[in-house]
Design a binder for this molecule. Structure first.
Ligand code: AMP
Ligand code: ZN
Length: 107
């Protein structure tokens, strides 16, 4: 498997995991742009938001809810944060496995 995020899911590559269940995993971004910078990803490989289907709606909702819980636990919810999906070339997506950026702790 080439995908680096699948390797993290399979524990073939180390990561600073902050949350994990059967469907999703969340870990600290290796190159954080803010004090809190977590990536929340589905365990099932989906390359991009471009590729999501109707049946992926619950899973995508779960990514957002997981990010919300991590934000709460990180203490950034009161001041606010960004949730970001980069999509495709113009969106600046570099890793071809859907990931939701949770970015907080600074304006
Ligand atoms: P994007 O540009 O939206 O595709 O974001 C990819 C993100 O993945 C970047 O913020 C990288 O810093 C991050 N990243 C790449 N490799 C790793 C890794 N092995 N562990 C944690 N974060 C990573
Ligand atoms: Zn993958």
């Amino acid at each position: 498997m080439e995908c680096i995020f699948c390797k993290i899911i399979n524990k073939e590559l180390p990561a600073d995991i902050v949350f994990e269940d059967d469907d999703v995993i969340a870990f600290n971004d290796i190159n954080p742009i803010a004090p809190v910078h977590v990536l929340v990803i589905p365990k099932r490989h989906i390359s991009s938001v471009v590729d999501i289907k109707s049946e992926d709606s619950d899973l995508m909702g779960k990514l957002i809810f997981t990010a919300k819980k991590i934000a709460d636990n990180s203490g950034v919810s009161q001041k606010g944060y960004k949730l970001l999906f980069r999509v495709g070339k113009d969106g600046g997506q570099e890793v071809q496995h859907i990931h939701l950026h949770l970015i907080g702790g600074k304006k």
